[in-house]
Design a protein around this ligand. Structure first.
Ligand code: DAH
Length: 359
């Protein structure tokens, strides 16, 4: 009993001399916390004989209650004091506000939209196709049969190579023309399959471009990515010649690079065009004299192109005797790199804001 009274006296003194939240918390812990002096006495009651237990228990409980109240009151008083000493909040109207940062379109998207805009002004419609494609559209329909070495031109990501999809599951007009009744799926290696998809459903005359994402299974370096973007072009009518193609492409490059452009066609090979060309643009940096950008050649390789192969018209259900057309395929990444003088294609896919914020 004497101990208890002693505890009470000490505790009350400490409470009244406490000046801040921290000390009041310490006082609480010292006497009423888990291992506090009062708490320990209350816990030891069970070992005492009944009479003593009642007596001491009563006093200890009373002290606990009283202390608790005093600590709460004191705590509030200190809290109130702290509150009262706080400086009043003021609004400084001259303080500069937070700068709002907004995102913006990726450089490739910006270039894609510009390309679309230019071709639309030249009378072309913008068409899209699927990124997961069947073997038929990506290869066979474009005159690239299975087991033909021409397929080696496109390193391909195949999907589920051990499990073919029956042709009956595809929504393809005139399925009967397709010999291979079980189709592999793949990630399209170029945008050319959309030529056939479009001509199946639309009769010429027609002018379309097809921008989109393409994939190649190959090692990456400064000019190769496994994922990149192309834009396909297709113009079909009764009398379309390579001269039409040259005129349209020259006009496009002039509008895109905003300077006079000269192009040249070099003979090349693609299974879906005959004849086939490589389209070069006179170097935009040196004007043809030869510099590091064009590797001293004076010309930059910008697109593959050619006159639509009769087999491609047949794949789409059109009679090749009735129609002529040209097609081309350009790398959107390449256009972006030329426009902004970027020397590594991988920069476009890193998502590094230090790079992207420059556009
Ligand atoms: N599809 C070709 C490629 O990815 C590019 C191409 C060449 C597209 C000639 C065409 C074309 O439409 O006529 O390498």
């Amino acid at each position: 009993m004497k101990d208890l009274k002693d505890i009470k006296n000490r505790a009350e003194k400490e409470v009244s001399s406490a000046r801040n939240n921290e000390t009041i918390r310490q006082v609480f812990q010292k006497y009423l916390g888990k291992k506090g002096e009062v708490t320990l006495i209350l816990r030891s009651l069970k070992d005492l004989p009944e009479k003593k237990r009642k007596e001491i228990g009563k006093l200890a409980n009373a002290i606990r209650q009283e202390l608790e109240e005093k600590i709460t009151i004191k705590g509030r008083a200190i809290g109130a004091k702290v509150e009262r000493n706080k400086p009043k909040k003021r609004i400084d109207f001259s303080f500069p506000g937070h700068k709002l940062t907004t995102g913006h379109l990726h450089p490739i998207t910006q270039v894609e939209r510009e390309v679309e805009d230019i071709f639309q002004r030249l009378g072309f419609s913008v068409i899209e196709g699927p990124e997961v494609e069947s073997e038929w559209y990506n290869f066979d329909a474009l005159n690239i049969p299975a087991n033909h070495p021409a397929r080696d031109m496109w390193d391909t990501f195949w999907l589920r190579s051990n499990q073919k999809i029956p042709i009956s599951k595809f929504q393809i007009p005139n399925k009967s023309k397709i010999k291979n009744k079980n189709q592999n799926l793949l990630l399209r290696t170029h945008t050319s399959p959309v030529q056939v998809r479009y001509m199946e459903k639309h009769n010429p005359p027609l002018r379309i471009i097809v921008p989109g994402r393409t994939f190649r299974y190959e090692a990456t370096d400064a000019s190769h990515e496994i994922n990149f973007y192309q834009v396909e072009g297709l113009m079909v009518d009764k009398k379309i010649s390579a001269a039409n193609m040259k005129a349209i492409m020259e006009r496009f490059f002039e509008m895109f690079f905003r300077q006079s452009a000269k192009i040249r066609l070099r003979p090349s090979f693609f299974p879906f065009t005959e004849p086939s060309f490589e389209v070069d643009v006179r170097c935009l940096i040196c004007g043809g004299k030869g510099c590091s950008v064009c590797s001293k050649r004076g010309w930059l390789e910008m697109a593959g192109a050619g006159m639509v192969h009769p087999q491609v018209f047949k794949s789409a259900g059109l009679n090749p005797r009735n129609w002529q057309g040209f097609a081309f395929g350009m790398g959107l990444d390449r256009l972006t790199m030329m426009k902004y003088k970027i020397d590594d294609v991988r920069l476009l896919y890193k998502g590094d804001l230090r790079f992207l914020e420059q556009f």
